[in-house]
Structure formats: C-alpha cells, structure tokens
Write a protein that binds this ligand. Structure first.
Ligand code: DAH
Length: 330
C-alpha cells in the first residue's frame, strides 16, 4: 500500500512538472494549478486515500506528499515568472519606437500681418480706455458723406470715389461713417476705436487696392483740445513704431477743423501715416451734440500702410495673395 501510494505521488510529480514546463500561456498554467493542487485536484485525491494507511505509514507518505506539493508549486511559480517575462518582452517588441522614421508634419497657422496690426492697435487703444465698435460696409450716402460735413457737391468727394449699389447705397470709403453711427446711439463722453474694411474705386497697383482696411478713432468730451489729440496719437505711434520723430502737418478733411496729417520719420524719410483733427462742429450738430459744450478729436489710418512700413513690404498685393512663402515670414 505504502509503496503503491509513493509511486503514484512520484508519478504525479513527474507528469505535473512536464505539463507545467510545456504550458505556454498563463491561462493554461492556471488550469494546471487547479487540476493538480486545487481542492478537487489530483494531489488531493491521492491524499484522501491516505485514510487507509496504518499509523506508521501515514507520516512517511505525508512527508512525500508535502515535497511533491512543494515542488509542483515551485515549478508553477517559475513557469509563471517565465511566461510573464516573455509576455512583457513581446509587448516591448511590438511597441518599439523607430526614431529614424520621418515625423508627422503639422503646419502651424499664423496671424496675418494685417490682423497683427489690427490686434496691436486695438490693444493699445483699449489700454487707453477706448471701446471697440464696428459699422456696416454697405453704407448710405448720409453716413459716409453728408453727416461728415461732405454734401453732394463737395469737392472732397472726388478723392473718395467708390462703388455704388443700384439702390443708391454705396460701399463705405472710410471707417469715419462709424463715428456718426456710434455718436447717434451713445452719449458723451465717447472714446471709440473702429476697425474695418473700406472701398475705393481705385485701379489696383503696388500701392492701391480697391478694398483695404482702416482703423478710426474718436473721442468726444467736455474740454478736449488739440493737445489731447497730439498726445494720444504720439503714444499710439510710439507703441507701434518705437520712439521715432513725428510731425503734425496742417491738412484738410471736411469732418475736422483744424485738420492734420501725421508723418513719421522712417529710414531718413518723412512718411505720411494718418489723418486727424478736431471734430468739426457741423459733425457734432448732425448727431445732436451741442458744439458749445462738447469738443473732440478724430483720426483714421490705413492698416495696409502701417504693415507695409513696419515690415518693409514693397507691394500691397502681397497682403492679399495668400502666398505661404510670404505669409510664413511673419
Ligand atoms: N477718413 C479719412 C480717409 O479715409 C481719414 C481720416 C482723416 C479720418 C481725419 C479721421 C480724421 O477721423 O479725423 O482718408
């Protein structure tokens, strides 16, 4: 009886160890553990038959059964470690990164130079307490000319010929129309800055475009003087161009009196960069403001002009061509 059980135990160990060594997955290994060492496993079945042994035989066979159990457990542990290591190796091989592969090209967008100037200008004026406003690009004759002290027979209209719509409306020639619209719906004090597209009936060449961009400035209050205008323009131009010489040159606009053009000394030459002046009393009257109480100043400039001076661009058409070789320089 003893030797029979002993032989069965040793055979079980031999068979088990071979099966464990051959197990090629962790699932298979778990199946083997259950079938050999589990509650209803083969070792348990053999041990249950020990009840038939004599009192002297039992401890001897018990000791053998323990070594069989331990060695099967050791084999299971070793095989588990080996299988887990193999699994990690396979995973690492599958996930290997080939650093010599070409990368994925993801082109980066940029701010267009015109939008860059608009953003900077608005930032500067908002910093001085101005509000940003906009108006329509299709305008009535009233907002674009009449209310700005430019009646139908006024000679200044010749310089701002534009595109007329069949209904008599027009494409605005300047952002100055926003001055009137804003004053009509607000009360002084006013500090407003208005960017937008404007239109002229111009032939396109290196310095002219039928569509371009302007930024308009308007301040209305009690006691504003030409000094306030000069100070505001100076702070603005220096923020954009740096500390360059600036001069105010007497000029004429129907909607301002006195009027001036502002020149900037750039590379040894005086460049005209904007128009400005004290708001004409007739303009204030057209929106129902009393010119005896309120005064104000206004200014307007072309965004393309600023971009061309700042970035030394030789042809205005480059700003509209969407040529990446040009745009990627900004
Ligand atoms: N509207 C003018 C133009 O398009 C520019 C301008 C000049 C605007 C003087 C103003 C101003 O507000 O006061 O040429």
């Amino acid at each position: 009886m003893t030797s029979n059980l002993e032989a069965q135990l040793l055979a079980l160990r031999h068979q088990g160890e071979q099966a464990i060594a051959a197990a090629d997955t962790l699932e298979r290994l778990e199946e083997l553990r259950v079938s050999y060492l589990g509650k209803k496993g083969e070792l348990g079945a053999l041990l249950r038959s020990m009840g038939q042994l004599s009192a002297e035989e039992r401890p001897v066979i018990g000791a053998i059964a323990n070594t069989v159990k331990e060695s099967l457990q050791t084999s299971l542990d070793q095989q588990r470690t080996a299988l887990e290591a193999a699994q990690i190796r396979t995973q690492l091989e599958a996930e290997t990164l080939d650093v010599t592969m070409p990368g994925i090209y993801s082109p980066q967008g940029r701010i267009h130079p015109l939008n860059g100037i608009i953003d900077r200008a608005l930032d500067i004026f908002v910093g001085m307490g101005y509000t940003v406003a906009q108006g329509p690009e299709m305008e009535t004759d009233y907002y674009n000319f009449e209310a700005l002290n430019t009646p139908p027979d006024h000679p200044a209209r010749d310089m701002q010929d534009t595109f007329y719509l069949p209904d008599g409306n027009l494409l605005r020639t300047h952002t100055s129309s926003v001055q009137i619209r804003y004053m009509e719906r607000e009360e002084p004090p006013i500090r407003v800055v208005a960017p937008g597209r404007v239109y002229r009936r111009d032939n396109v060449d290196a310095t002219h475009s039928a569509v371009f961009h302007q930024i308009e400035l308007l301040a209305i209050d009690e006691g504003l003087t030409f000094t306030d205008l000069k100070g505001t323009i100076k702070v603005f131009l220096q923020a954009i161009f740096g500390d360059l010489p600036i001069r105010f040159r007497a000029s004429y606009f129907p909607f301002t009196e006195p009027s001036a053009e502002v020149d900037l000394q750039w590379n040894g030459r005086w460049l005209e960069v904007m128009g400005c002046g004290m708001v004409d009393p007739n303009v204030l009257k057209s929106v129902g403001y009393d010119p005896e109480i309120y005064t104000g100043f206004a200014a307007g400039f072309g965004v393309e002009r600023f971009a061309m001076v700042l970035h030394q661009i030789d042809d205005i058409r480059r700003l509209y061509a969407s040529d990446l070789r040009f745009l990627q320089q900004f």
